[in-house]
Write a protein that binds this ligand. Structure first.
Ligand SMILES: Cc1cc2nc3c(=O)[nH]c(=O)nc-3n(C[C@H](O)[C@H](O)[C@H](O)COP(=O)(O)O)c2cc1C
Length: 181
């Protein structure tokens, strides 16, 4: 059993992250979920809490139940961090070292020895955009492992590469990152 910090950006594919959270929980991992503010407009944090039995949050600014500075506590807690889905915006913020919410500040506060995975999800044209490719290369150089997006029909109506990898594939990548692949 390991402690997994699941970080979600605002992509339509976030519905698959609920299944990923469930699969990781069924594999007896403890899963906390950090969502960007826009990700939480697509899926409420409460759904992740219900699936995982662990906290889900959008902010490091505390709440009635939690003390502030969760980004440090959650980063110390995590044995592996997985960003699924990673939107184009979230990739850009991670590549730049922006730390303006719970997801990005937790990623920045994660011990460099801990594995970190990226699962991009976006429209095929966005994925091929030079800025996105540049950010992916920067993040790879920074030690992130990318779980490649799949090919097929997209919610935007296009067909191409950019679909979030399947939850089973991401779960297997998490196990591999933990040395259990
Ligand atoms: C319904 C919906 C689906 C979206 N899906 C994606 C997506 O799959 N990939 C992406 O990069 N942006 C997507 N966006 C745009 C992002 O939500 C927007 O760029 C946002 O700023 C992402 O930032 P965040 O992930 O850092 O919260 C979507 C927006 C909406 C409203």
């Amino acid at each position: 059993m390991s402690r997994v910090l699941l970080c979600c950006g605002a992509s339509v594919s976030i519905y698959k992250s609920c299944d990923l959270a469930s699969k990781l929980t069924q594999a007896e991992h403890e899963v906390r979920t950090a969502l960007t503010a826009n990700a939480a407009r697509l899926v409420a944090p409460q759904l992740f809490e219900a699936v995982t039995g662990q906290p889900a949050a959008t902010t490091e600014w505390g709440s009635e139940r939690r003390t502030a500075m969760d980004h440090i506590e959650w980063a110390r807690w995590a044995e592996v961090l997985v960003v699924a889905p990673a939107s184009a915006d979230l990739l850009a913020r991670l590549a730049l070292g922006v730390a303006n919410d719970l997801v990005t500040s937790s990623a920045l506060a994660l011990d460099p020895s801990r594995p970190r995975l990226l699962c991009p999800a976006m429209n095929p044209t966005m994925l091929e955009a030079p800025a996105v490719q540049r950010n992916l290369a920067t993040l790879a150089a920074d030690g992130w492992t990318t779980v490649a997006p799949g090919e097929g029909p997209m919610a935007c109506g296009e067909v191409g590469r950019g679909r979030l990898a399947e939850p089973a594939e991401i779960a297997a990548a998490v196990e591999a990152a933990l040395g259990r692949g």
